[in-house]
Design a protein around this ligand. Structure first.
Ligand SMILES: *[C@@H]1O[C@H](CO)[C@@H](O)[C@H](O)[C@H]1NC(C)=O
Ligand SMILES: *[C@@H]1O[C@H](CO)[C@@H](O)[C@H](O)[C@H]1NC(C)=O
Ligand SMILES: *[C@@H]1O[C@H](CO)[C@@H](O)[C@H](O)[C@H]1NC(C)=O
Length: 450
């Protein structure tokens, strides 16, 4: 009996050693990436020292202070919808995989990364039915290359309000604040309650004044056109129910659920799968769990794969799309559905990203990783050296290592070239990292780290 146990343990160690990555280091590095994306006045404990204060004049149309928050990707726009989604996912991980963060010695830093977004969101929600949705222009921001610290272009602020509503954006932001409340309620009740008050107001605004945020102000259309808001109304209500246990929010779920298109992944634009697994968890209703089982089974058995095994969902940001799907399937596994299969697949997909093909897609992790990611700040040498389109075009590596950033990732044939101008495969984004980081925290919690 004892011998069998010893053999089993030895075998397990052998198997896990065939693909061994330090997941704790991954979480720690991913959190550094969030620091590199910070806008506004940087705090004294900022660890990414090559970034300095920037965009200190960001303000609303009536002069409201809109400094802070995160730059979205390799550019300098603060896209509120994507920032809120990033915050919701970071909070989800901190709630459901707190132990994983603790084991990675990253609970404090994880909370800081979330709070950086939430503090900005509180500023942007200037009154009950007015939310600033974006600072910086999708069209003009992309005409420049250089450091955020040196920006001189106009930084227009765009809002949603009762005449120009954005139910998708407002409900996602409500979700972020409600999930944030759950993270902070035992840390700082005053702060948490403020988050919850804003969450409730924003959900009412989203529910009562219907529309898509990209119809409210067209600047964002060319960057992040929204496909609809019904899924965010369900998702936001699910989070508010989880935070408050107020059954009214479940009636909103029931009212809004029917028209939603399911089985289309989980992303800043598509909340269906995330809402299903969250509802399965908090209501215990098997109809949601059955949907998730069918969804995850289909993803793992019939979804397109690259020759080297990456589940391939989208050309643009392929790795992040896969990570998000692994996240909701790990949540499904935690509810007792096909747990061993889903967990093994999640680990395999993450290991593809971290080096199983001989290359790590996480900047600064492993021995071979992207050195030319599409990121303006990292491509610039330290001031006072000038920085412009010459730095975009140079074949030289980025002077700064953008540690912890997950790049877009390969195409359908594992094809990938580490060049700066390929923003489809080699850009980074705050919402690329959030799902990925959450999956890695979950794997740590499962005991999969070395
Ligand atoms: C409402 O939002 C729209 C779209 O952002 C904006 O054009 C309009 O000025 C806003 N209305 C008010 C009263 O601020
Ligand atoms: C708790 O949050 C409030 C509101 O954000 C803040 O003023 C206060 O300093 C925080 N308290 C602690 C102990 O961090
Ligand atoms: C954005 O979506 C709307 C439909 O809601 C469509 O009319 C518009 O052409 C789209 N814009 C872009 C730039 O794709």
């Amino acid at each position: 009996m004892k011998l069998i146990l010893v053999l089993a343990v030895a075998l397990q160690v052998f198997i896990s050693n065939t693909e061994c990555y330090n997941y704790k280091e991954v979480v720690q590095k991913s959190l550094l990436f969030y620091e590199a994306q910070r806008s506004g006045k940087l705090p004294a404990d900022q660890r990414v020292k090559w970034r300095k204060d920037s965009a200190l004049n960001d303000k609303g149309v009536h002069g409201e202070d809109l400094t802070g928050g995160y730059y979205d990707a390799g550019d300098f726009v603060k896209f509120g919808f994507q920032m809120s989604f990033t915050a919701t996912i970071l909070a989800w991980g901190l709630i459901d995989h707190k132990k994983g963060y603790e084991e990675a010695d990253s609970l404090e830093e994880g909370r800081k990364a979330l709070k950086w977004a939430l503090d900005y969101i509180l500023k942007a929600h200037v009154s009950e039915n007015v939310l600033y949705a974006q600072v910086g222009s999708c069209t003009t921001d992309h005409n420049n290359w250089g450091r955020p610290e040196d920006m001189t272009e106009a930084r227009p602020a765009f809002m949603i309000n009762t005449t120009h509503p954005g139910s998708d954006m407002a409900a996602e932001t409500a979700a972020a604040l409600a999930a944030g409340y759950m993270v902070f309620k035992d840390v700082n009740a005053t702060y948490a309650n403020t988050l919850l008050t804003h969450a409730k107001q924003l959900y009412s605004f989203a529910y009562k004044y219907r529309g898509k945020y990209s119809d409210a102000f067209t600047d964002v259309e060319g960057c992040y056109n929204s496909s609809g808001y019904e899924d965010e109304l369900v998702w936001g209500a699910a989070w508010l129910y989880r935070a408050t246990e107020d059954k009214t929010y479940l009636t909103y779920v029931d009212k809004e659920y029917t028209p939603i298109q399911y089985y289309i992944g989980f992303s800043w634009d598509q909340k269906a799968g995330g809402a299903d697994v969250l509802l399965a968890k908090i209501t215990g209703d098997s109809k949601y769990l059955t949907k998730m089982k069918n969804y995850c089974d289909q993803i793992m058995t019939t979804q397109q794969r690259t020759p080297k095994g990456l589940i391939f969902i989208s050309q643009w940001g392929s790795l992040s799309s896969t990570a998000y799907v692994m996240q909701i399937c790990l949540e499904t596994a935690a509810l007792g559905v096909n747990a061993a299969t889903y967990r093994a697949e999640a680990k395999k997909q993450i290991n593809y990203m971290l080096g199983d093909t001989g290359f790590s897609y996480l900047v600064g992790f492993g021995s071979k990783y992207p050195t030319h990611c599409h990121h303006r700040a990292a491509s610039c040498p330290d001031a006072p050296a000038t920085c412009g389109w010459a730095q975009f075009s140079t074949p030289d590596p980025n002077p700064h290592v953008l540690t912890g950033a997950l790049v877009g990732g390969p195409g359908a044939n594992d094809d990938y070239t580490d060049v700066r101008n390929d923003y489809v495969h080699n850009e980074v984004a705050t919402y690329y990292n959030s799902g990925f980081q959450t999956v890695v925290a979950a794997l740590i919690e499962l005991g999969y780290s070395d």
